[in-house]
Design a protein around this ligand. Structure first.
Ligand code: DNO
Length: 405
């Protein structure tokens, strides 16, 4: 398993030197400054590769750009409106350019309007560090009382809507603003942030698009781009919905194992693959991550190893981002399943037998609390996560090797 690390580019407060000292072996990054829908030029891709390859003092880092996260899919493509056909052509061109630069793994998602959603970006833990959290009641308070989405109150269980009314009544203006900012924070690294008016306008445009229609649009997109990816030697990998549940009345179509099985079938090519994000999927009680790795592993091209603690006994409710080995997902079993998949690939002579993973998110601990990084992407919290995960990988590989000897 290749130990990778997300880097947001030259503006990231966590540097290439930092990640080297954390012991990473490869880099996950994206051209966040290129507007969604535009072509990623070979020159821009190479410029980023050059930055990854050097430490601050100019010494070679020995690192390369292993995974693109993300090559974003435009809202026009998701809605099949406006410039969507041009955007699909641009997407294909970007894939060809990435392949020309030697990059083989490209992550993306198909979530409408918002990427990941949290209500708290710095929730205080008992040890004094912070983590990200999704509080279902706060979210309902945002949806019903701040965004004032028509029909919002009816879309929550009655007791959640009632609790949300009370919660909202106790919020001052500053907390309301902060909650709204947290919810619409959206895509990490994105240059543009949405206002509430933007969100309302987007929601309006999705009124005619239900889950079936969004899925059709998704399959149309894949039918176009997956064969190109296959042809140029790129492995596409779709990131799940985060959280894996419909929000704001928007359809979400990549939340469960059944969704992934459908995706695989829609375009049956190895290039049409999965980003198995344990943290996103793990927020639903019915997603069995080690089992998904065993059953869908063949197409898992990228792993996000992260853990969440579900705070209620229901299928989907509040959760927070736990330590990597401490949440509700059995991380050791998941890693074991990934190592078994790698063995199967080696036995089959596959060139992609080493699956890249990254310690997805980390809690803010120690000096992270002073050095403001992208929410979820602190240096030390992730270093801790990576070190723990690396320990598990090493131990499991060691015992597998001993058994084989
Ligand atoms: C959040 C990330 C997501 C992810 C995209 C992939 O921290 O895991 O934003 O990068 O959904 O397209």
């Amino acid at each position: 398993m290749k130990q990778t690390w997300r880097w947001f580019g030259p503006h990231d407060t966590v540097s290439v030197d930092d990640m080297l000292q954390a012991g990473v072996q490869g880099v996950v990054t994206a051209l966040h400054h290129v507007p969604t829908g535009d072509v990623w030029s070979v020159e821009e891709i190479q410029r980023r590769q050059a930055l990854v390859a050097r430490m601050a003092d100019g010494a070679p880092s020995g690192l390369g750009w292993d995974v693109v996260e993300s090559l974003p899919v435009s809202e026009d493509i998701k809605k099949q409106r406006g410039d969507w056909k041009t955007h699909i052509d641009h997407y294909k061109t970007s894939l060809r350019h990435l392949a020309r630069c030697g990059i083989e793994v490209v992550c993306y998602n198909f979530m409408p309007v918002l990427d990941w959603t949290r209500t708290d970006l710095g929730w205080r833990l008992p040890h004094g560090g912070t983590c990200m959290r999704f509080d279902f009641i706060d979210f309902a308070a945002f949806d019903i009382h701040i965004l004032q989405r028509p029909g919002a109150a009816e879309s929550f269980p009655a007791e959640i809507a009632e609790a949300a009314a009370e919660r909202f009544a106790a919020m001052d203006a500053a907390r309301q603003r902060q909650l709204a900012d947290n919810v619409v924070f959206g895509l990490p690294g994105a240059a543009d942030h949405m206002t509430l008016a933007d969100v309302r306008a987007h929601l309006q445009e999705y009124r005619q698009i239900d889950a079936d229609r969004l899925r059709r649009h998704f399959h149309d997109f894949l039918e176009q781009v997956a064969p190109v990816a296959q042809d140029v030697g790129i492995r596409l990998c779709c990131h799940p919905d985060d959280p894996p549940h419909p929000l704001l009345g928007l359809p979400r179509i990549m939340s469960t194992e059944a969704d992934y099985a459908q995706l695989m079938k829609a375009v049956d090519l190895p290039a049409n693959g999965i980003t198995l994000c344990a943290g996103s999927l793990g927020a639903r009680a019915d997603n069995d991550l080690p089992g998904m790795m065993r059953r869908l592993g063949d197409r898992v091209h990228f792993l996000h190893l992260r853990n969440v603690r579900r705070e209620t006994g229901v299928l989907f409710g509040s959760f927070h981002e736990a330590e990597h080995l401490a949440g509700d997902t059995d991380m050791v079993a998941l890693i074991e399943a990934a190592l078994q998949e790698e063995q199967r690939r080696r036995d089959a002579g596959r060139a992609d037998s080493s699956i890249p993973f990254r310690p997805d998110h980390g809690q803010d601990i120690l000096d992270d609390l002073k050095r403001k990084a992208q929410p979820g992407y602190p240096a030390i919290g992730r270093l801790r996560g990576l070190a723990e995960l690396r320990g598990v990988v090493t131990a499991l590989e060691h015992s597998a090797a001993r058994r084989a000897a």
